[in-house]
Design a protein around this ligand. Structure first.
Ligand code: PMP
Ligand code: GLN
Length: 388
């Protein structure tokens, strides 16, 4: 044991290493690979948003924001949710601005999950959920999505069977990272049937809410009475406005849940970046700030998929998010992490293996590509992918 290991006296997260997103981005940089791994755009946001950010800073809006978020932004978020999903959240008591969705997820779990509580997660599961549950002293209970020709689905009978007297929360994510699948109205009804009349809360990660394709409708939990009454609904401006580095998101939840959320939030970050909150509040007032997002990304999805048709990768269904999963089984029998490494170092394209989204690293010969990239970046990647 090293002296440092003795000082820390055991890890709170013994099974956790560096996230796969950081690992693949570092490898892509080291080998000069086209980075379709970690999910972030390689193009800039609307210059208008930058103007608003600068304006806020120049106006001197540079000191602490209120703990729950700048009032104008909470009001704008409330208005956006009401206009989009038809539910009114009180900006004073039911909306909190967070340092991205990651902090919102961690904080919601820390405030609601007590030691020994169970939280049902659906695999493949976004990497921050299980460590957040572990830090709260909770126990993750995993149910795997099932794959068919029309994509990945949640088997609600298995979710129902996983419920026990200790179940405190069910965490869902739609549009879903990494599979690109969506929950539909029947899915939400099935979930509502499971939680109705119980003490089970819902954590609904909706960070890709505005990125859905083929005229589909995002089924926000906030549309649904039974679910909304017990849910933390979480989103992030990073995805919607191409500013993943700004790390600003929000949680909408009934007043009772929001009060508990804020107790943890105030000692977790206290308050979020002030000038950027003002900039986002103003930007949200301007027309069509995210209305064009589905068409914008659908064109990229289609461009990327039509290029993949000239490769030996098999593209799976992608109904939402900016991720495209592919099956590489006719190219290689290497395990996913090894194949992703090989692809990055030998072919010059970085991707994310799906195995880390499963306990024990389930192997399905699947990779995830991020297509939130300039057309020329996608073309460069496709040329390389077609060469193997
Ligand atoms: N949830 C999901 C499903 C995500 O894909 C991400 C990041 N892309 C997050 C949460 C975290 O969002 P943020 O960057 O705003 O913390
Ligand atoms: N959510 C992003 C993705 O899925 C990564 C965010 C991160 O690196 N933590 O790629």
């Amino acid at each position: 044991m090293t002296p440092h290991a003795r000082l820390i006296a055991g890890s709170r997260l013994p099974e956790v290493g560096t996230t796969i997103f950081s690992v693949m981005s570092a490898l892509a940089a080291e080998y000069g690979a086209v980075n379709l791994g970690q999910g972030f755009p390689d193009f800039d946001c609307d210059p208008r948003l930058l103007e608003l950010a600068l304006e806020s800073m120049q106006k001197g809006l540079n000191q602490y924001a209120p703990m729950s978020g700048v009032a104008a932004l909470r009001e704008a978020v409330s208005g956006k949710i009401e206009a989009t999903y038809g539910r009114r959240y009180d900006p004073n008591d039911e909306i909190t601005i967070t340092a991205g969705a990651t902090q919102a997820i961690m904080t919601a779990i820390l405030c609601a999950v007590h030691p020994g509580d169970e939280v049902i997660v659906i695999e493949p599961v976004y990497d921050s959920y299980v460590p957040s549950i572990a830090l709260a002293g909770g126990m993750p209970v995993r149910v795997q999505m099932e794959m068919s020709d029309d994509g990945f689905h949640v088997p609600w009978d298995k979710v129902g069977a996983a419920v026990s007297s200790r179940t405190r929360m069910i965490a869902i994510n739609s549009p879903h990272n990494p599979t690109g699948s969506l929950l539909d109205e029947q899915d939400l009804q099935a979930l509502a049937k499971i939680v109705d009349g119980t003490r089970i809360l819902v954590l609904s990660d909706e960070v890709y809410e505005h990125i859905v394709y083929d005229s589909r409708i995002h089924q926000s939990v906030s549309r649904h009475d039974v679910l909304a009454s017990r849910a933390f609904v979480i989103s992030s401006f990073g995805k919607t406005f191409h500013v993943t580095g700004w790390k600003i998101g929000y949680v909408a939840a009934p007043a009772e849940l929001t009060a508990e959320f804020r107790k943890v939030h105030q000692f977790n970050v206290f308050a979020v970046n002030t000038p950027l909150q003002y900039a986002l509040a103003k930007y949200l007032q301007e027309p069509a700030t995210y209305a064009g997002l589905p068409a914008f990304y659908q064109r990229k999805r289609d461009l990327f998929r039509s290029g993949l048709a000239n490769t030996r990768f098999r593209a799976l269904v992608c109904d939402g998010t900016y991720f495209q999963c592919v099956d590489y089984s006719c190219l290689s029998s290497m395990p996913e992490a090894e194949f992703a490494r090989w692809l990055t170092t030998q072919t010059g394209v970085a991707a994310i293996p799906l195995a880390p989204f499963y306990q024990g690293g389930k192997e399905s010969r699947l990779l995830r590509f991020c297509f939130a990239k300039k057309d020329e970046t996608l073309q460069a990647a496709l040329e390389r992918l077609a060469s193997i």
